[in-house]
Ligand binder design. Structure first.
Ligand SMILES: Cc1cc2nc3c(=O)[nH]c(=O)nc-3n(C[C@H](O)[C@H](O)[C@H](O)COP(=O)(O)O)c2cc1C
Length: 180
């Protein structure tokens, strides 16, 4: 695989990752796509239940149809590929989150951005052939594409300060150590 770019370490990926809603049209090499899927497969889950399915979608018409099934993902068809994450008989939806985050972080390592799109209505499942009977939940469709240069430099992430959310021993107690 041609990985001319510097490989980022996990903390750097976490620091730099942003939701990406614009993509280069260049296709994602199958080898990288496999790594992204593998990152999802290796995620931990409650009782190791692995309740997920990952559907790779490249067909533009399908992506356009899917985009019409949510108010918050009109950029979906702009990506060269997407992965739908479907849970089957999952006890905890958080299982999906672990797999999704793994995929997002590994994608970023290769300069590929994505954005978690939610709020799909049931028609979306039908479009991609997910059984309408049984206990299947479409959690997200993640669009994946190389990040355009103009998307890269962005300001600091808008996050609550650590002191507002980290406590020591009991809720409300400030940390006794200093974090930079
Ligand atoms: C569970 C979840 C659902 C999200 N749903 C959407 C969505 O439907 N559409 C969208 O454009 N962004 C969505 N986002 C992206 C968030 O808006 C974004 O991650 C957040 O504003 C923080 O920005 P950052 O990812 O650039 O750090 C979602 C993110 C998460 C984690």
């Amino acid at each position: 695989m041609n990985t001319k770019k510097k490989i980022l370490d996990v903390e750097e990926v976490i620091r730099k990752r942003r939701a990406i809603r614009w993509f280069k049209p260049d296709p994602i090499p199958d080898e990288i796509l496999c790594r992204i899927l593998e990152a999802g497969r290796l995620a931990p889950s409650s009782k190791n239940s692995q309740p997920w399915h990952f559907i790779v979608i490249r067909n533009k018409d399908t992506l356009k149809e899917l985009a019409k099934c949510t108010y918050t993902g009109d950029f979906l068809p702009d990506a060269p590929v997407a992965i739908a994450v479907v849970l089957e008989n999952a006890k905890l939806e958080s299982d999906a989150a672990r797999a999704i985050q793994n995929m997002i972080l590994v994608a970023w390592k290769y300069g590929i951005g994505t954005c978690w799109i939610t709020n799909f209505w049931d028609k979306a499942k039908k479009i991609i052939g997910v059984p309408m009977t049984g206990n299947f939940k479409l959690v997200t469709v993640l669009p994946f594409g190389f990040i355009p240069e103009e998307e890269k430099p962005r300001g600091k992430k808008k996050r609550k300060p650590l002191l507002a959310i980290a406590h020591e021993e009991k809720f409300g107690n400030p940390l006794s150590f200093h974090c930079k």
